[in-house]
Design a protein around this ligand. Structure first.
Ligand SMILES: [Zn+2]
Length: 262
């Protein structure tokens, strides 16, 4: 068993294990890799411990930091439902500028639905976001925040229906932005323009279902049609209905409308 560290720091509410380990390392004047090597943990990435920490590792860390092993384990993510897991980022993708300045890394920041810091209330920013984040319109932020709230409800609801609806809206938004990949990754995107647009789409789809959007849309161009089809790809019955509506709209909108979108 390695010797206890000269200094220890107490974990804060909702602090993530890897974040606390970083603070522990800093307090002992070493870096994260050196700290893990000292504790004899066989991983160079503290972030891997956030999702699965075995009893032996918890024991070693607890001993080195002079805290109870249960405290160490409580800093890692608890068991999650598959739905929750798909919306919880393995790597940091957003953070609170205020709290990270104090060396904090909180668990809720990893959730795709987290929008404002639960500790200080500051809006979370994407890790790859430019500091010129102010350029994002207030309207988009407002809608994205509402969408994030709906995503949380969907992720925590009993049935899969709500989340399926939310992800359909995200798929639609992704197609409009020609962004490829899994919709659950789009809402965890480290670039704010992708994430905010997709979250806002969840809120928009609530007030106006996508199939209806195809009907009311004054000028459904090929681009939007492809986006709609992609959004309904996994539901053949809805897909057929949407395609029918979209085609009819495209016809009645006329060639002028279609051309103006090129
Ligand atoms: Zn904060």
């Amino acid at each position: 068993m390695p010797r206890p560290l000269p200094k220890t720091v107490s974990p804060l509410p909702d602090e993530l294990l890897s974040g606390w380990l970083s603070r522990l390392a800093a307090a002992n004047y070493c870096n994260n890799a050196e700290l893990l090597a000292h504790i004899e943990i066989d991983t160079t990435h503290g972030t891997a411990l956030d999702f699965s920490i075995d009893a032996a590792a918890a024991e070693k860390i607890a001993n080195a930091a002079r805290v109870a092993p249960d405290v160490v384990r409580s800093l890692a993510f608890p068991a999650m439902t598959p739905r929750e897991a798909s919306l919880t980022a393995q790597m940091p993708f957003q953070h609170c500028l205020q709290c990270s300045r104090e060396g904090l890394s909180l668990r809720h920041w990893r959730r795709a639905w987290a929008f404002d810091c639960q500790v200080c209330g500051t809006r979370l920013v994407q890790t790859l976001g430019k500091t010129g984040d102010e350029q994002i319109s207030g309207k988009l932020i407002f809608r994205a925040r509402r969408g994030a709230g709906m995503l949380e409800c969907a992720a925590r609801s009993r049935g899969p229906k709500q989340l399926r609806r939310a992800m359909r809206a995200v798929t639609f938004a992704m197609s409009l932005k020609t962004f490829r990949g899994d919709p659950s990754f789009a809402v965890q995107n480290p670039r704010s323009e992708v994430r905010l647009f997709c979250l806002a789409a969840i809120a928009a789809a609530r007030s106006q279902p996508l199939a209806k959007a195809a009907i009311v849309s004054k000028s459904i161009d090929d681009y939007a049609r492809v986006a709609l089809l992609r959004a309904f790809e996994k539901e053949p019955r809805l897909l057929a209905a949407v395609d029918h509506i979209a085609q009819r709209r495209a016809k009645s909108a006329g060639p002028m409308t279609a051309a103006s979108h090129n």
